[in-house]
Design a protein. Structure first.
Length: 124
């Protein structure tokens, strides 16, 4: 059943959002993508996330996975600044969708080492 009918449209849209954020979709395991989509649905009251929500999640995942230098090389300064503010806010508050997505990348072993050190990220 897995893969017989191809990737869902939702997964294809999320892959497109990852590409737009500078991340090749194959660098993110499907389990992380599926969990991200579930988190987006939950945050949206159970409704399917739109492309804007997927793009926001992809930007944060991309920043966490690529790290500051690689993300900056693939994205403009405004996008870089916005995603850094989101990460700082999520780490400071420790709650919300962004915090859950950061924790997801940390659990999956995808978080860039520089971010782990800079923000003292750890799984408790």
């Amino acid at each position: 059943m897995f893969g017989i009918f191809g990737r869902s449209q939702e997964m294809q849209n999320f892959d497109d959002a990852l590409r737009a954020a500078g991340v090749h979709p194959r660098t993110i395991p499907d389990a992380v993508k599926i969990t991200t989509l579930k988190q987006l649905k939950e945050a949206n009251g159970g409704a399917r996330p739109d492309f804007r929500a997927m793009a926001g999640a992809a930007e944060l995942l991309g920043y966490c996975v690529l790290g500051p230098q690689a993300y900056a090389a693939k994205n403009d300064a405004g996008r870089m600044e916005a995603v850094e503010k989101r990460l700082e806010a999520a780490v400071g508050i420790g709650l919300g969708l962004d915090a859950r997505l950061i924790l997801l990348t940390l659990h999956a072993g995808l978080t860039h080492r520089e971010l782990i050190e800079r923000y003292h990220l750890a799984i408790e």
